[in-house]
Design a protein. Structure first.
Length: 494
């Protein structure tokens, strides 16, 4: 490593002088919903009181932001191979993180960072409960130096970020592909987001003591809930979902690029908030391919890559997971081979027992339908005709969903890999390397013993996969062969 870099970062240094401003806006952003309550007195005629509280809150946030900036310092201890940070005013904290524990380094830019030409640096570590290092504001020069150091401390070569050979070393996603992905993905997630936003809006109305029930009752009483109304409502919902998906996808993944070097993959994307992620192939724990029927016809798919990280990061599925929104099948194969240095071969596919489908139909279709039918008839909520139609519609819909889930479910054992497929609309194929398995748990519920069926869970440092209702004898063989593969392997992924 260059001597000037060693000298530059061997002494404790602060963040950029504009860091306190970044801290301030970040604190305001996190508490934006709480500011609504600050203006509650204004709604009751106490405008001056609300303004005074608002100013005092901003002053308090400003003071704490400056304290957080001023008492945060960091350095590299190259002799002890550790990254050290000191922070805190009331409670002093000193963290020493060994280089080998640093799993992933992200370089982010939100709108405030872009205005001041700053970067946020996040370092994720394995074996901790959260991300231990989050440097909020460094200059572009420091960010570039940290990229070089991060490559060196992991015994890597300097990232070849100037490589422009698109065919061999870089993968890009153009705007047309982002439009395709935006229009063909995340339907259910966006619909849930819309419902959650509406629920939050109603909650705020209640907090402000605004009576909205009377207006809703008037609208409902004057509305003709016929076929035309239902179709128009569905069309509006579908259009809203597509527009939200399209805008969010373009804003989040605009100018997506994945630049390959001999040892790392540097991924960058984002329009308003730019992210740059250094991915180490050997630390990839899960490689997940997601594709629905529409995307298959368009030859596009989504990839999720999960690296080893902390317990909290894996649990909340955030920083350790890298999403590539729009690759073709050939680009996926190219990336897979780059990460694992091999392709999947010699597959043996296993399907769950038919009892899985039977149990799902009983507990998720038939029993709920009977219970709700009895409730509707007992309280005379609907007439017999509509009860029968509602029950049949529910049975048909849920039976189709359960059948699709069963049909798309499979466990594939390949040489050096284990693959688990699942899903109703979006078919997910989760792939893990056998030698990276940390533990395996097989279980056999008492109601499956007679049929010799059981469940299996594969745990890795980047999450787990669980397969249910498979042949128990076959699962035992998988456990033995997987443990043997782990024991004889001399490969390292830390």
């Amino acid at each position: 490593m260059q001597k000037e870099l060693v000298n530059k970062f061997s002494e404790f240094r602060k963040q950029s002088k504009l860091g306190s401003i970044v801290f301030f806006f970040e604190s305001v952003r996190k508490n934006i919903y709480n500011f609504i309550y600050v203006f509650l007195p204004a709604l009751q005629g106490y405008f001056l009181l609300s303004l005074t509280i608002f100013v005092l809150v901003l002053i308090g946030i400003g003071i704490f932001s400056f304290i957080n900036y001023y008492y945060f310092t960091y350095k590299f201890d190259f002799n002890k191979s550790a990254f050290i940070i000191q922070k805190g005013f009331f409670t002093k904290t000193k963290l020493s993180i060994p280089f080998e524990k640093i799993q992933q380094i992200n370089f982010n830019q939100n709108l405030i960072h872009k205005i001041f030409d700053l970067f946020e640096v996040q370092m994720d570590t394995a074996g901790s409960d959260n991300t231990e290092v989050d440097i909020k504001a460094v200059s572009k020069e420091i960010a570039d130096d940290l990229k070089v150091i991060s490559a060196k401390i992991k015994k890597k070569e300097i990232l070849k970020t100037t490589v422009k050979d698109k065919d061999n070393n870089s993968l890009y996603i153009n705007i047309l592909t982002l439009i395709k992905i935006g229009l063909t993905s995340r339907y259910f997630e966006t619909f849930g987001l819309i419902l959650g936003t509406l629920a939050l809006g109603f909650q705020f109305l209640e907090d402000f003591n605004i009576d909205y029930t009377e207006n809703i009752e008037q609208v409902l009483s004057s509305t003709n809930f016929g076929l035309i109304f239902t179709l128009v409502a569905l069309l509006i919902i579908i259009i809203a979902i597509l527009i939200i998906n399209l805008i969010s996808t373009i804003l989040k993944y605009f100018n997506f690029s994945a630049i390959k070097s001999s040892n790392n993959l540097e991924i960058s994307y984002g329009l308003i908030q730019t992210k740059s992620i250094i991915l180490s192939p050997r630390k990839v724990q899960q490689f997940q391919v997601i594709q629905n029927y529409i995307q298959k016809t368009l030859d596009i798919l989504e990839i999720k890559i999960n690296q080893a990280s902390s317990t909290k990061v894996v649990k909340d599925n955030s920083r350790s997971k890298i999403i590539i929104p729009g690759f073709t099948e050939n680009e996926k194969s190219d990336l897979f081979k780059y990460i694992f240095n091999k392709n999947v071969q010699e597959q043996h596919q296993m399907k769950p027992h038919i009892r899985k489908l039977v149990f799902s139909l009983i507990f998720l279709s038939i029993l709920p339908a009977l219970i709700f039918s009895l409730i509707l008839l007992f309280f005379k909520i609907l007439t017999l005709k509509y009860v029968v139609l509602t029950t049949l519609g529910y049975l048909i819909l849920t039976s189709f969903v359960n059948w699709r889930l069963y049909k798309n479910n499979s466990l594939i054992i390949a040489k050096d890999f284990i693959i688990y497929k699942s899903g109703f609309w979006d078919i997910k194929s989760t792939i893990i390397e056998t030698f990276k398995i940390q533990s395996i748990i097989i279980s056999q519920p008492v109601w499956h013993k007679k049929r010799n069926l059981g469940d299996i869970v594969f745990y890795t440092a980047g999450g787990y996969i669980k397969a249910k209702t498979y042949n128990f004898s076959d699962l035992k063989k998988i456990v033995n062969s997987s443990i043997y593969s782990v024991e004889i392997s001399n490969k390292k992924w830390m």
